[in-house]
Ligand binder design. Sequence first.
Ligand code: C2E
Ligand code: CA
Ligand code: CA
Length: 403
Amino acid sequence: MQDKFRRTLNAGETLFQQGDIGLEAYVIESGCIQIATDSADGLKELARLGADDILGEMALVGDQRRNASAIALEATTLAVITNEYLTERLNQADPMLRHLLRVTTSRYRSALQHRDGASESASASNVALEEPDRQIALDRLRREQDIERALSQNEFRLYYQPIVRMRDGSIAGFEALIRWEKPGVGLIPPLDFIGIAEQSGLIVQLGHWIIQTACADIQQLEAAQRSAAPDSPPLFVTINLSIRQFADPDLFNIISKNLRNQALAAHRVKLEVTESMVMGDVDAALHLIERCKALGTKIAVDDFGTGYSSLAYLHKFPMDTLKLDRSFIKDIHENAASIKIIRAISHLATELGMDTVCEGIETAEQAQTCRSIGITYAQGFHYSPAVPVARATEFLAAHTAQT
Ligand code: C2E
Ligand code: CA
Ligand code: CA
């Protein structure tokens, strides 16, 4: 039977000819292959390749034309790298790496053609082939540089959404939510740039800024709360983490340094992680979470119920809060199952000694239902959207006066 991934050639047999369309590259397992180009005096040998050498790869990453012939000089066995295999691998690669590979190949090919006096048409068609990748790679590079510039120009803002204690309607804390105030564009929501910041690693630097700003701002909000209601319990701030930050060796030190600098008790900072983040890098997540817990910070599971929903990690990880995803609250009054799920999660949390937050509360009815179920905290447009710290301070004073 013919093996798709292995070829054998007899001495003198041609593997491919210059100008052929090439859909495979090869690794020589044993034997010897001559690489040669056509010239006025017949075949001109460019190289002899032996065991472990690779050949034919240029056609796969370039315009698919063989720019030389390959002939076995003795009985030869080859491992075949198919176009599909390589394409799949290339598609998984970073677009910039892919683009650089194509450009480098194209330049090399063009240099070879120059040397051999061939036409430039092949390299021109390469450029056309590269175009979509080039666009994607350059677009991403620009967006990354944009974020880097925005960081240095202080264009990021932290907005704060109040988290209300269901028991008495008082404000327990705020969730810090990032925005990008881009000159000439306006306010850009996090989902439009967090992904790029994560892929590029800029989230690490951005994350440090978020922690520093949130720790400072919560003290400012606390001061406002103190003057309006001196006896109220101290406010907490919740900070969203992204998976990439688990691997940030400085994150823990940044958190403890900012707690110290702001004289902020650790339990007033709550880090929000999602189930998929935790399951995506269990060891790194556990390492960071355990250190933060030892410091005294709180941990919340964000968007609970939407990810893996593997309950197994709940006893493995020392979590304090389950934050029920907005999707359950959205159809709480249309879908009987949603209420049952909220009730079951609330019960589970109580059993595990955790508190609960319902997010995305948009109506008084939704708030009332969550309260009757025994949910600890609520958050949503019904109370307030996320607002700049100055507005959050005003909101706090007005709200405290009412309750
Ligand atoms: P999230 O952590 O689940 O944040 C809740 C999102 O729901 C926020 O969107 C908030 O503005 C929105 N929201 C709050 N109440 C309501 C409501 O009643 N109705 C509706 N329809 N929406 C509501 P936002 O600020 O656009 O943030 C989106 C996501 O971006 C966040 O989801 C979080 O995953 C991420 N994110 C935001 N800030 C940060 C940050 O500082 N760091 C990291 N790593 N991610 C962040
Ligand atoms: Ca969150
Ligand atoms: Ca959420």
